[in-house]
Design a binder for this molecule. Structure first.
Ligand SMILES: *Cc1c(COP(=O)(O)O)cnc(C)c1O
Length: 431
């Protein structure tokens, strides 16, 4: 039988670098042939061989309702008939921004853009412009898109700044980026005592989904907030993944439950808020956001920003997930998946730990949940690859790398979860 995925992959590699338009899709970490998607509906997609998979990637987060939700589809179709793009403002942009501000009251104003990378890059420029400072703190294992200044790994010490993680990023461009260990309060305090007066911002994934699933501890987050306030640096929450995904009010609402009055200064959003269309955003307090052009000196712009079809898709998605009970149901589904996988692993004697919040989960082939990137990377990678391919063969599609989070949608049924746990139990037994 012809493997149509392989045929397409061979063709793709002739004309697209690595055959893909975003590296992790190429299956380099796990080996094998990427599945080319033909179509998707609800919790499933079908590959080029018409094989069905239960989808736990959901486009890496955006598809929180599942694929082809009727209300979203209708909104997109209606918007498309009215025009694809105008380069002039529309009412729908106001509606979407008003909806976001209602969900995240830490923001008074929001600017819409087209990708998480663009939003993160713009938020960083805004923080530097608003504070008049250059230095920034980010954490190892957090991903904020591929802007030059953020493609950095830790340098040799706290007084030295980071090294580029990509060719093509000159060292001078990352010389102001300090990379610290996630959840390490001592390092954070040292960095502020050394560089506090020059720091424009601390940028953080509150629940880091780009090193699988690692929560910032409450004491660590509290200290981030205190130190930023004390030193006049902005706390930027990169909620591109967690925004409207871990809770309707995003991760900031989760931390506000443990830290009274907690708010980030700037929030970066993407993924879910576009419902699968290219849409992202950044927002914050009025005084900060008014530094942006045309009001202020910080330049930022975009031909397709606030695109009318994308905003229709995002608005319809937000409306659906705001329905009473949606998040409770999503959270309990995700919880039942995580519990089921944990029990199956225990039964098979496989070291395993897992965590979830709302519709986002992560698991590790480690006996305890890791607290930072170095610990995440001690996970057993050959074993993960076996697990990945075992699940794939059984029609379950999880992220093709052990440092990526997973996502459950409103379309996943109890039966889908049960089938996934059954498949995992079989694979665990063979590990
Ligand atoms: C996905 C992601 C980004 C980048 O968003 P793109 O739309 O892929 O550019 C930035 N930050 C976080 C936390 C993300 O998960």
């Amino acid at each position: 039988m012809t493997d149509h995925n392989q045929t397409l992959f061979d063709r793709a590699r002739q004309v697209i670098p690595g055959g893909v338009n975003s590296p992790v899709r190429a299956f380099r970490a796990v080996g094998g042939t990427p599945r080319f998607v033909k179509r998707a509906q609800g919790a499933y997609f079908w590959d080029a061989n018409d094989k069905r998979y239960i989808d736990y990637i959901g486009s890496w987060g955006p598809m929180i309702l599942g694929h082809g939700h009727p209300a979203v589809l209708q909104a997109v179709q209606k918007a498309a008939l009215d025009g694809f793009s105008f380069g002039a403002p529309t009412e729908r942009e106001i509606l979407l921004v008003e909806a976001l501000i209602k969900l995240m009251p830490s923001m008074d104003m929001v600017r819409l853009v087209s990708s998480g990378t663009e939003a993160g890059m713009s938020a960083l420029r805004l923080a530097r412009g608003a504070t008049g400072r250059s230095k920034i703190i980010k954490f190892e294992g957090c991903y904020h898109g591929h802007a030059d200044a953020l493609l950095v790994k830790a340098g040799s010490g706290l007084a030295t700044f980071g090294n580029p993680t990509s060719a093509g990023v000159p060292p001078e461009v990352v010389q102001h980026t300090l990379v610290l260990e996630y959840n390490n309060i001592t390092q954070l305090e040292e960095a502020f005592s050394l560089h506090g007066k020059e720091l424009a911002c601390v940028m953080i994934e509150p629940i880091a989904g780009n090193m699988n699933f690692v929560r910032a501890s409450v004491p660590f987050m509290k200290r981030c907030r205190e130190l930023c306030t004390q030193h006049g640096a902005l706390l930027i929450f990169d909620e591109v993944m967690t925004g409207c995904r871990v809770a309707l009010g995003s991760a900031q609402s989760v931390y506000a439950k443990s830290i009274p009055g907690f708010e980030p200064d700037v929030t970066v959003l993407g993924k879910v808020i576009g419902g699968g269309m290219p849409l992202a955003a950044f927002g914050g307090k009025r005084a900060v956001m008014e530094q942006l052009a045309p009001l202020g000196p910080v330049y930022q712009a975009g031909t397709l920003s606030g695109n009318p079809v994308a905003t229709a898709c995002g608005l319809a998605t937000l409306q659906e997930i705001s329905r009473p009970g949606f998040f409770d149901s999503l959270s309990s589904k995700t919880r039942s998946l995580v519990d089921g996988l944990t029990q199956a692993a225990q039964k098979a004697g496989v070291p395993f730990s897992a965590d979830c919040e709302g519709g986002m989960f992560g698991f590790f082939l480690l006996p305890e949940l890791p607290q930072n990137y170095a610990k995440v990377m001690t996970s057993d990678s050959p074993k993960f690859n076996k697990l990945f391919h075992g699940l794939l063969d059984r029609g379950v599609y999880i992220a093709p790398a052990l440092y990526e989070a997973g996502f459950v949608s409103g379309s996943h049924t109890a039966q889908d979860i049960a089938d996934t746990v059954t498949a995992a139990a079989e694979v665990f037994a063979s590990l």
